[in-house]
Design a binder for this molecule. Structure first.
Ligand code: C2G
Length: 445
């Protein structure tokens, strides 16, 4: 007798799950189905599981496909189960390719093709998965795809990318199945756009016109007028247009914001943020229109400033230096903001390196967030007397992307309170990032 085992959460059991169970059963004579316990899902970082363990087990039982149902409660249990039940084949969907190869030591491992875009019925019915399409060709798309696996109720339908170079195998395979952008939109309820900033406007517009919700890497557009047009369009069509700044969804960042608003460092007088990265720049072939210092880092660096002081600054002073041989590529920018209540500054570089920290200074103490502050799980509140200093640590799951995806999902379901970047902040980010005067060598404006 060939024994097969498979595992899953099986939240609101759907056709994709059932097809997988049928094919798993067909691999042998006896099927064991492991259903994840709530605690185990929490420990493995899976969020948004809506049904209780009992409901999920009952749904599996009703399919009549499982000869035995077990509960998966701990990391490493799969090895124990395979041994205990003398399993011959372990199987799971192709979204896990490679992840369970280590079980080959104990039994045969088979990855079965997932059922993509499981249903064409509207996600507005509460339990339907959200079918999401990816757009873009930067590494962040790989990260985003990986994070989608942790958010229950999300299905990746496909990816549209102008080049496939940096995409991982799974995405390259998906990309080769997508004919064009409009074709992708037809199969989606939502898209995540991480293409070049110059392409955002047209892509967001086409998506909204196709009744598809949009999460777009910040800046959403390069001009305030375009942003207004797209916001109005989203509003008219009752769609979500969300600004993708992952730091806004990090737990530590949000807790820190609440703490300083509660007065823990007194009145705030200054906020200073630095975000830089070194990239390979081919001087013979300048990276025209790619993410430069202000487009790649500006939105993140500006976020805490606008959240703390608002967007009503009195004056700015800016120093920008372009890449040699490409006046369009902003290599380094420093901007100072003067507010009635205090001052702030951002320092961003793409091809320049500095200490990526954030310091928020107040009348009673200061907050120090070490580099890289934009994906922090840790910060310190420091006082004159160091014995009063406090350290805070919050687990950061997936650089904030996981919670960004969950917020997007909740906003689509009509829960506006999940938005962490107000339209006013998005608008003001575009105002700053899109303010592209002729960049002369080291211009000040
Ligand atoms: N699945 C599928 N098609 C879908 C959705 C899911 O074939 N459209 C498969 C998954 O690949 C998995 C099973 O159905 O094999 C259960 O999916 P989930 O409930 O999402 O569980 P998952 O998080 O994949 O857990 O220890 C847990 C297991 O590792 C898998």
């Amino acid at each position: 007798m060939t024994k097969v085992i498979t595992y899953g959460t099986y939240d609101f059991l759907h056709e994709g799950h059932i097809r997988l169970l049928e094919r798993a059963k067909a691999l042998g004579d006896y099927l064991i189905v492991g259903v994840t316990a709530d605690d185990f899902d929490m420990a493995r970082g899976k969020i948004n599981v809506r049904q209780s363990l009992m409901e999920r087990v009952e749904a599996i039982r009703q399919t009549g496909l499982a000869d035995k149902i077990i509960i998966e409660e701990y990391e490493g249990q799969k090895i124990d189960d395979i041994r205990r039940y003398e399993v011959d084949i372990f199987t799971v969907g192709s979204d896990w390719v490679g992840k369970f190869d280590y079980l080959n030591e104990f039994c045969k491992v088979v990855y079965l093709d997932r059922t993509e875009g499981i249903s064409s019925t509207e996600i507005r019915s509460q339990h339907q998965s959200l079918r999401i399409g990816l757009v873009g060709e930067t590494n962040i798309v790989n990260k985003f795809k990986n994070e989608c696996h942790f958010v229950n109720g999300i299905e990746i339908t496909g990816i549209y990318a102008s080049s496939k170079g940096v995409l991982d195998r799974e995405l390259q395979d998906l990309a080769s199945k997508t004919e064009d952008y409009v074709d992708l939109l037809k199969k989606c309820d939502a898209v995540y756009i991480a293409s070049k900033p110059s392409e955002h406007y047209a892509q967001v517009k086409t998506a909204l016109e196709s009744d598809v919700n949009v999460l777009c890497e910040s800046p959403i557009t390069m001009t305030v007028d375009q942003f207004k047009e797209l916001s109005d369009l989203a509003y008219e069509r009752k769609l979500v247009l969300m600004d993708g700044i992952k730091t806004a969804y990090s737990l530590a960042f949000n807790r820190m914001m609440l703490l300083i608003k509660s007065g823990i460092i007194g009145e705030i007088l200054s906020v200073d943020t630095t975000c830089t990265s070194l990239i390979d720049i081919d001087e013979d072939n300048p990276p025209k229109h790619l993410w430069n210092s202000i487009t790649a880092w500006g939105p993140t660096a500006l976020l805490p400033i606008f959240k703390i002081f608002g967007t009503d600054y009195v004056q700015t002073m800016r120093f920008s230096k372009p890449l040699k041989g490409d006046d369009d590529f902003d290599l380094f920018t420093k901007i100072s903001f003067i507010y009635d209540a205090g001052v702030a500054s951002i320092k961003v570089g793409q091809g320049v390196k500095s200490e990526g920290e954030m310091v928020i200074s107040g009348t009673k103490g200061y907050v120090y967030v070490p580099a890289p502050w934009w994906k922090t799980d840790y910060f310190e509140v420091r006082y004159e007397n160091p014995s009063e200093n406090k350290r805070y640590f919050y687990q950061l799951e997936g650089e904030g992307i996981r919670y960004e995806i969950l917020s997007f999902l909740n906003m689509i379901k009509g829960r506006k309170s999940y938005n962490r970047v107000s339209p006013e902040i998005s608008r003001q980010i575009i105002e700053i990032v899109g303010n592209k005067r002729e960049l002369q060598n080291g211009s000040i404006f």
